[in-house]
Design a protein around this ligand. Structure first.
Ligand code: GDP
Ligand code: MG
Length: 296
């Protein structure tokens, strides 16, 4: 039977900051997950979809927030999200950072994966910044776990990602496509847009403020001149943070807006008018009701 397809959900797991989101973007060829040098950038499970022609296969990558210690209601939801995601998947990519020694956090995740018996491909990422000896050492150390396959890659340079796809496709079970072949994500436009705006704030804000900030897109409308209108609000927890998120004379909100608009125009393929404002919503991270409203 030549028209049989294969498919599977693959969880992407690893410590914060090892490059999981960068890897998912590299694998699907489009920015579906925002990235930054800050841990806890990824707050929701994001699905990136890759459809391969030969053999006809569809891989749904599930980018998870990194496993970390829960401190707030948000932290707890992130952790249970990670474990729930693992349980539902057909396989896992376990991402390690070649520039950092394997640590207790990596071992904890390795144990979880071994317990679950999930088919696992180990990805040693950031090889562009590690020397061959470092990469070799890490591969040797990780080999002790005896996972199904090992792939040294640079997600940032999109180097070695074909090997990952080949290793996964070789192990997929027959199954239907869950998404149209040209889909790259299951996320609604509102969510992608909100995440792009949040990414622009992440790279511009210092210290703890990024964790206090979230973005909600209330509406996306295509107007008569083909201009897409995006209505968004950045929520912060305190009045003092509002001042920072707006900036002196509105400088921060203008910079974030201009940079986000550039990405939004590429996302939608139209001119974009972005209406962005900042509001104070105390304790949005700890209020279950607010987390529901924000879609966590
Ligand atoms: N040099 C290098 N940096 C990378 C690579 N992959 C990711 N990064 C960087 O590592 C940081 C964390 O990446 P991110 O994908 O957000 O990590 P996550 O927390 O695991 O999702 C970002 O600054 C990325 O640009 C890579 O292959 N090489
Ligand atoms: Mg991430």
């Amino acid at each position: 039977m030549t028209d049989t397809t294969s498919s599977g959900f693959i969880s992407v797991v690893g410590r914060p900051n090892v490059g999981k989101s960068t890897l998912v973007n590299a694998l699907v060829g489009t920015k579906v997950a925002i990235t930054s040098a800050r841990p806890q950038t990824t707050r929701n499970s994001i699905r990136g979809v890759l459809t391969v022609d030969d053999p006809p296969s569809q891989i749904v990558f599930v980018d998870t927030p990194g496993i970390h210690k829960p401190r707030t209601a948000l932290g707890e939801r992130l952790n249970s999200l990670v474990y729930a995601t693992l349980g539902d998947s057909d396989g896992a990519l376990f991402v390690l950072d070649a520039t950092q020694p394997i640590g207790p956090g990596d071992r904890l995740i390795a144990e979880r994966l071994l317990e679950s018996g999930t088919t696992t491909v180990v990805v040693v990422n950031k090889v562009d910044r590690a020397d061959p000896a470092q990469i070799g050492e890490q591969l040797a150390e990780a080999a002790i776990w005896d996972f199904d396959a090992y792939a040294p890659v640079s997600a940032q340079k999109r180097d070695g990602t074909d090997l990952i796809v080949a290793e996964i496709v070789a192990r997929l079970d027959p199954g239907p496509f869950f998404f149209p072949p040209d889909a790259v994500t299951d996320q609604p436009d509102e969510f992608l847009a909100a995440e792009l705006i949040r990414e622009k704030y992440l790279s511009r804000l210092r210290q703890e403020l990024p964790h206090s900030l979230t973005v909600v897109v209330h509406g996306i409308e295509v107007g008569d001149k083909g201009i897409t209108r995006v209505d968004a609000t950045a929520y912060v927890e305190r009045e003092s943070q509002k001042g920072i998120a707006i900036g002196k004379g509105g400088s921060m909100i203008r910079e974030v807006g201009a940079s986000a608009r550039y990405d939004l125009e590429r996302l939608f393929g139209t001119k974009v008018f972005l209406d962005l404002d900042v509001k104070v919503e105390p304790d949005w991270q700890t209020t279950e009701e607010m987390l529901d409203r924000l879609g966590f």
